[in-house]
Write a protein that binds this ligand. Structure first.
Ligand code: ZN
Length: 189
């Protein structure tokens, strides 16, 4: 697929580094294998997916991604929530930065929340993504390009080699969209 360029329905292998304007790296594939994503499926932040269209294997790009195409606009209000330990499953080891799904009273379905503090008697969740409101500097290199399999198209995400095992363990949605499995993602509080 030497002449191919990135388009919907192809699986794209990328290396990337996402930085804040102050230079702090918040996510990177450096030192790891490239991440494969199904183009058009919304597996990565919108600003990065948009930038990939038309790129060839070996091409690199620097993109500045505004909050609206990254992790959302600056939150208008703080929305933190303390959950007492005794209302939580005991076996989970909570860590700052974990993503969980929470059912709040006025929401229709579970919404993502992020662990911002882990205390002895409670954990504190924030309903706003920690990178909301941030402009992101993204460096990306396209490493590979291949047609998606039928399963990948049906699932709406790219599969690694051991996907059948992983999905048996973590479920079909056991991916956080950035190529890392996230065991805590589907836990409900
Ligand atoms: Zn799948």
């Amino acid at each position: 697929m030497a002449d191919e360029t990135v388009r919907d329905g192809l699986v794209v292998g990328i290396d990337y580094t996402i930085k804040l304007p102050n230079g702090e790296a918040v996510d990177t594939t450096a030192g790891e294998e490239p991440v494969e994503i199904l183009q058009g499926a919304g597996e990565i932040i919108q600003g990065l997916e948009k930038a990939l269209y038309g790129m060839r294997v070996g091409e690199q790009k620097h993109v500045v991604v505004p909050p609206a195409e990254g992790f959302g606009e600056e939150p208008e209000e703080e929305s933190q929530l303390s959950v007492p330990r005794d209302e939580l499953p005991e076996e989970i080891e909570w860590q700052e930065g974990d993503e969980v799904y929470v059912q709040t009273e006025d929401a229709e379905g579970p919404e993502p929340a992020y662990v911002v503090a882990v205390n002895d008697d409670e954990i504190v969740l924030d309903m706003n993504h920690p990178l909301a409101g941030k402009t992101l500097d993204v460096d990306v290199v396209v490493r590979s390009l291949r047609p998606a399999t039928e399963e990948e198209l049906a699932h709406g995400h790219a599969h690694g080699e051991d996907w059948e095992e992983e999905e048996a363990e973590f479920g079909e949605d056991g991916w956080d969209g950035e190529g890392e499995e996230d065991e805590d993602e589907d836990e409900e509080v």
